[in-house]
Design a protein around this ligand. Structure first.
Ligand code: ARG
Length: 462
């Protein structure tokens, strides 16, 4: 069968392999709702400007609405021979209303049509992701508030560095996710222009009203250059870049959950709902969801890379290469959505082992910096000298295999004669975190205030 949409020029049907490589309907059917929304805006404008008759416009509109219902109910039949979603809708339209269907494509091309559809799709995806990220921020901030004062080791180089609080650690992720939302918001603001009316690449000779269609579709304005309109996929790249970074943040949290849930750390307990067992080792509680969140960042970063490579070196304006923008993007944004849902579930259920965290916080001479600071503040030693003295005290404690607080005052005085028993106050982990009151520091009072601030902001803005 010759293609109905361009059959005039062709004598032969496409080869089966041609059809297979060319068809996008297997994935671009996801754009059906957006495609119909774009067509409804276009036909309303064609009718209003008198480019087509009011009667034809009304018939097309009614048929489009019927098709939307058929697709929603799963009653629509898809076939590779009709290539993509745009041709499916148009073909069904002509079955329903005959000749008038052909007028819908006046002053339009699939090139501007797909650009509209994809912008609408990405815009919806960003809005949905934004609420999901906010929900995760809320779960993290609530957990942070509940454990604002729970002391745990803070690490650098994966070595115990200084005590922090569990709430402070969780709020670090709330900050990252806040930046992620900012990036999605920026991408959304820039994408919100309508390419409809750019037609194939050069615009059209019909007296279309691009401002009207832009407004009908919730865009801020029409795009300015028709060539750019049909070849631009920056909005997808920006969204995937934001998604990739967000996925990397989730992956870092996933990695921490994997470590923390291991018996060696024993920092947290994952709920049964977010753990799996082993078919052979009865003792196992595996953090599969956290591992998969960690791993799925790979396909999301991959989608960004793949699209950048598709675009690199592509001449203006439209080329079929641009059809390759979709599968990876759908997969990436759906994967991110799943990762956000899983992470929110895990975080909500996560129970820190507060006693174990506290015990670990004191290990590894984590209050050595507090001791050095004490020498500076109370004995007025220069910091470098205090660092050297503390190093000697740590070496002595390590040799004796005891904690700093277990050294006797006599042992300490042998190294620094000016030390007094006041030093013991700063050696406790609670004192250490309580003293970190600098802005952004880990003091429980700070953490409580920050968690409350976030929860209030998240309530207001959603
Ligand atoms: N399925 C196509 C895509 O996703 C639609 C645009 C086709 N345009 C064309 N000139 N063949 O890019």
């Amino acid at each position: 069968m010759n293609n109905k949409m361009w059959g005039g020029r062709f004598a032969d049907s496409p080869d089966a392999i041609m059809e297979e490589i060319n068809a996008s309907i297997d994935f671009d059917r996801k754009l059906a709702a957006h495609d119909i929304a774009g067509s409804l805006a276009h036909v309303a404008m064609l009718g209003k400007t008198g480019i087509i008759s009011k009667a034809d416009a009304a018939a097309i509109r009614e048929a489009l609405e019927r098709i939307r219902g058929e697709i929603e109910k799963g009653e629509f039949s898809f076939s590779r021979s009709l290539e993509d979603i745009h041709m499916h809708v148009e073909s069904r339209l002509s079955q329903l209303i005959g000749g008038a269907a052909g007028r819908l494509h006046t002053a339009r091309s699939r090139n501007d049509q797909v650009a509209v559809d994809f912008r609408l799709y990405i815009r919806d995806a960003i809005d949905a992701l934004d609420s999901q990220i906010a929900a995760l921020q809320r779960a993290l901030a609530a957990k942070a508030l509940a454990h604002a004062g729970a002391v745990m080791p803070g690490f650098t180089h994966m070595q115990p560095a200084q005590p922090v609080t569990f709430g402070h650690h969780l709020l670090a992720y709330v900050e990252m996710l806040g930046r992620d939302r900012g990036r999605f918001k920026d991408a959304r603001a820039r994408l919100n222009e309508s390419p409809l009316g750019a037609a194939a690449l050069a615009g059209t000779s019909f007296p279309i009203d691009r401002t009207a269609t832009a407004k009908a579709l919730g865009f801020d304005r029409p795009t300015a250059n028709s060539l750019d309109s049909v070849s631009d996929r920056d909005f997808v790249v920006e969204t995937l870049a934001a998604a990739a970074l967000c996925a990397v943040h989730l992956s870092r949290l996933g990695e921490e959950i994997v470590l923390w849930a291991s018996p060696q750390f024993g920092f947290v307990r994952l709920s049964d709902r977010f753990s799996t067992g082993s078919s052979i080792m009865p003792q196992k509680r595996n953090p599969d969801a956290a591992e998969l969140v960690r791993a799925k960042s790979g396909r999301i970063v991959g989608a960004l890379t793949a699209l950048l490579v598709v675009l690199k070196g592509l001449p203006l304006a439209y080329s079929k290469d641009l059809q390759e923008d979709k599968e990876g993007t759908f997969d990436a944004l759906e994967s991110l959505s799943l990762c956000l849902a899983a992470t929110t579930g895990m975080v909500g259920d996560l129970e820190p082992d507060v006693a174990r965290l506290r015990e670990a916080a004191g290990a590894g001479y984590a209050t050595a910096t507090d001791l050095a600071d004490f020498l500076v503040r109370d004995l007025e030693l220069p910091f470098r000298e205090a660092h050297r003295v503390t190093g000697k005290l740590v070496a002595l404690a390590a040799k004796k295999k005891v904690g700093l607080e277990e050294l006797t005052l006599a042992e300490m005085k042998a190294i620094e004669p000016r030390l007094t028993k006041a030093v013991y106050v700063v050696l406790g982990v609670e004192n250490s975190v309580a003293s970190r009151k600098s802005q952004g520091g880990t003091a429980p009072a700070n953490v409580t205030a920050e968690a409350k601030k976030w929860l209030a902001a998240l309530k207001k803005r959603g």
